[in-house]
Design a binder for this molecule. Sequence first.
Ligand SMILES: Cc1cc2nc3c(=O)[nH]c(=O)nc-3n(C[C@H](O)[C@H](O)[C@H](O)COP(=O)(O)O)c2cc1C
Length: 177
Amino acid sequence: MRIAIIAGSNHRKSTSTQMARYVGERLAIGGHTIDFWDLYSQPLPFYDPDADTDPESVRQLANSVAAADAVVLSTPEYHGSVSGVLKNALDYLGGDQFDGKMVLSISSAGGAVGVSSLQHLQVIVRNVHGVNCPEWISLGSEQRRFDDEGMPVHPPLRSRVDRVLNTFIKLAEKLRA
Ligand SMILES: Cc1cc2nc3c(=O)[nH]c(=O)nc-3n(C[C@H](O)[C@H](O)[C@H](O)COP(=O)(O)O)c2cc1C
């Protein structure tokens, strides 16, 4: 399957982006093709409803998500919600990119868990006609540590990620069948 991943942070050492990269690597090992968009290194301009055309970067992102069979979104938890840069990116996108596709959400929070941002993300996914994966990945507090190879240091998190990805791929394949 082709999977588009949008890493929704503009923080250089973002742990939600590190988790998105780890997820991309695990999926690639499973034989899937990954299209990774990092909003730190590939930032987008503010959405402008008055603009006649979308910028080239936005067209590239929209094409990448439209071509995908399933999507992964990651966000830092900011004030109990998603990051501004991820919301801005999603404002450019809609049903043309997400309709009927399985979407896995990831968040990283300073507190124990980032459930509030994940719930907000699920509302957005529903409104762009994506299908929320019933599993999600929340890392909080000490779980936000990664080693030099980008592996999560917390062993239970690694096995949880594999379980979540198994469910995500199974459901994504059923949806695309
Ligand atoms: C503006 C701002 C708001 C934040 N709000 C929350 C919050 O509501 N709950 C929480 O647990 N952590 C909060 N944090 C901490 C971040 O969730 C934490 O640093 C997380 O690791 C950020 O993700 P990142 O590593 O991908 O940048 C906030 C941080 C910032 C900068």
